[in-house]
Write a new protein. Structure first.
Length: 316
């Protein structure tokens, strides 16, 4: 019978305890603590009052049974499964950004035949660059040159050795030195310059290079270039290239005037026989401006040239 002070939950708990004792026998004492129902997160550990460990799941008559709380965690099988599929301790890091590598890109290596009167003689040109290092620190080298350039009828050779440091997504800052040699009409000049530049990938996938040059005599000049590859097919690629040079001081021995020196625009269509090798055909326009154009004419050069080119593109 339910007394006036007993709640229905407490009476049900008592009846459940009596039923368990009747089924299990031997007068097992089953302590039950009833608590109001509550809603908890499924991730909350479950605490339950249980009796001390008893052989055969039974307690001796008259024995004192203590209460304790246990936390029900992952099963032993779950722990074993987790250990089985955990990666071994000697596995490498998911991203290997500490290994040093060597990379070389032959972006331009071409022959430019004479196409008509007033175009000088046949000539050639190259633009090669590469680096050794990892994702954060690299040693760069850059070399470009040509003969019968738009600046003068002679040779123009440029070599740079730079330290490059990754600064943020897509961009590296570069610092180092540059040696420039020009020759024409049996005489040549050479100078050294310091280089501070930045290189990276700007929006819409344009390869971008900007550099500031400071010569040993204090003359300051700059160079800016953009390159873009357009995939006509998976192997047929059209490359657009724009490069310009400017200077603050007039340096006559290097046929350089103050202001905008020149602008070069070229297109090259290549077919990748292999992913690392492709022959190409191209067309380039090279034009000098202002004081630079005047100095080119004084040296019997051509300040404006349109040249057809055939060459190879490669990387390794």
């Amino acid at each position: 019978m339910m007394s006036g002070t007993d709640s229905p939950d407490r009476c049900f708990a008592r009846l459940l305890a009596v039923a368990c004792a009747f089924l299990l026998g031997d007068s097992i004492v089953v302590p039950v603590i009833a608590a109001p129902p509550s809603i908890e997160s499924s991730m909350t550990p479950i605490q339950s009052p249980v009796t001390d460990a008893i052989p055969n799941g039974k307690a001796a008559v008259g024995s004192t049974v203590s209460k304790t709380f246990v936390t029900l965690g992952p099963s032993a099988m779950q722990e074993a499964t987790r250990s089985k599929f955990s990666p071994p301790g000697d596995w490498p890091a998911p991203v290997n950004d500490q290994e040093n590598r060597l990379f070389t890109l032959v972006d331009v290596l071409e022959y430019r035949p004479k196409t008509g009167a007033g175009q000088g003689t046949s000539s050639y040109r190259w633009d090669v660059e590469g680096w050794y290092g990892g994702d954060y620190n690299r040693l760069w080298f850059k070399s470009e040159g040509q003969n019968n350039s738009a600046f003068k009828a002679g040779y123009d050779v440029d070599f740079q050795l730079l330290y490059s440091r990754f600064i943020q997504k897509y961009y590296d800052i570069q610092i180092g030195g540059r040696v420039e040699t020009q020759s024409f009409e049996g005489r040549g000049v050479t100078r050294g310059l310091g280089v501070i530049g930045i290189e990276g990938l700007v929006p819409y996938d344009y390869d971008f290079e900007a550099a500031l040059f400071i010569a040993q005599n204090g003359a300051v000049s700059a160079r800016l270039s953009f390159t873009k590859d357009l995939l006509l097919t998976q192997r047929l690629i059209l490359q657009g290239r724009v490069e310009t040079n400017a200077a603050i001081q007039r340096v006559e021995e290097f046929t350089t005037g103050s202001g905008l020196n020149n602008l070069e625009f070229g297109t090259r269509l290549r077919y990748e026989i292999r992913r690392w090798f492709a022959p190409y055909v191209g067309l380039s326009l090279d034009k000098s401006f202002g004081e630079t154009a005047t100095l080119v004419r004084q040296d019997e050069g051509d300040p404006s040239q349109i040249r057809f080119a055939v060459g190879v593109w490669a990387w390794f």
